[in-house]
Design a protein around this ligand. Structure first.
Ligand SMILES: [Zn+2]
Length: 336
């Protein structure tokens, strides 16, 4: 059994055990309360059964996705176009592909305004998400619904319009605060691969998801409790560096702690040598959290002979990407 399959089985058994334990505890309290409190027992039983059904259904779907594997188009794209994949050893490759398969099972990828998500788009989205959790196969993304692929920047005024708008109100990506969707501009998604080190909107938005929507605060949900205090202190110091202009992170990281985390994740994976040399404490903190040491590994991006990504809309690949003015992760004033 692969490590990811083991994690899936453990995910289900841990949750079922925990929910059963909580149900038993509540049942004891209700029985001791007697009288009308006993009427809540059937409700508790139904709630436990529904939760167990949801967990088992997700477990079954994940195992099925692992057994089926990636479709050939996505698999070929990742194999041939994502250099990060190349240097991985066979076990890491299998784990990476498994994580991509689970992500694609869990999340619908929908094109907007004529974009048809083919193997290239699906491969870019899934490999970006899987890259963040490769070192922690026990992690999984919350079921945030779908990933919307927009043909370019879009308005953050709630209309999500792709019509021309003032530059300050256009964004390249968004992790919706309700946790219902992640939105990515296709040219910026592509640029994250074709120009490593210049920002990566997909890594940025998925970092927000791991942070924990809708309450992203720069202290990710998966951070072990004993590490929260030192992590918070580390982030406070890094935040001051950004505000004082002493950080390699771009100014946008100084907007709030959630953006600090998301921008730091981009730099950690895309410019690890720079981050390690200039801000070793931040690098070590992220290395420990993600269980990865990208400074010791390969670069991340398309192979040199890029571009040629399927989109169904050729203009979407060039379009606004050619202006070179808007950073890949310029976003709205909330935690998107
Ligand atoms: Zn952000």
């Amino acid at each position: 059994m692969t490590p990811v399959a083991e994690s899936v089985r453990r995910y289900a058994s841990d949750r079922l055990f925990l929910s059963a334990a909580i149900a038993i505890l509540i049942s004891v309290i209700l029985v001791e309360g007697g009288g009308r409190a006993l009427l809540a027992l059937p409700v508790l039983a139904v709630a436990l059964a529904v939760y167990a059904a949801i967990v088992l259904r997700r477990r079954s779907g994940w195992l099925s996705a692992l057994e089926s594997g990636l479709d050939e188009g996505v698999s070929e794209f990742i194999r041939e176009r994502v250099p990060f994949y190349g240097p991985l050893d066979p076990e890491q490759r299998r784990r990476f592909e498994d994580l991509c398969a689970i992500f694609l099972y869990d999340h619908r990828i929908t094109g907007v305004d004529g974009i048809t998500p083919g193997p290239g788009i699906r491969g870019m989205v899934a490999s970006s998400a899987a890259r963040l959790i490769l070192g922690r196969p026990e992690w999984s993304y919350p079921d945030f619904g779908e990933v919307l692929i927009y043909p370019g920047e879009f308005s953050d005024d709630g209309s999500f319009s792709t019509d021309p708008a003032p530059r300050e109100s256009r964004v390249a990506g968004m992790a919706h605060s309700t946790g219902s969707a992640v939105i990515l501009s296709l040219p910026h998604l592509v640029r994250g691969f074709s120009r490593p080190g210049e920002g990566n909107v997909a890594l940025h938005e998925f970092a927000h998801v791991l942070d924990g929507l809708p309450w992203a605060d720069g202290i990710p949900d998966n951070l072990p409790a004993p590490r929260v205090k030192p992590w918070t202190e580390m982030m406070r110091k890094e935040f001051e560096k950004v505000r004082d202009g002493r950080s390699v992170l771009r100014d946008y990281a100084g907007k709030n702690p959630a953006e600090l985390f998301a921008v730091a994740v981009e730099v950690f994976f895309e410019s690890p040598l720079l981050l390690k040399a200039r801000q070793p404490d931040l690098y070590e903190g992220l290395k420990d959290f993600f269980g990865q040491d990208p400074a010791a590994g390969a670069s991340y991006g398309f192979l040199p002979e890029e571009p040629g990504v399927d989109s169904g809309t050729p203009d979407a690949q060039s379009g606004q990407d050619s202006d070179g003015q808007l950073p890949a992760s310029t976003e709205s004033s909330d935690l998107h």
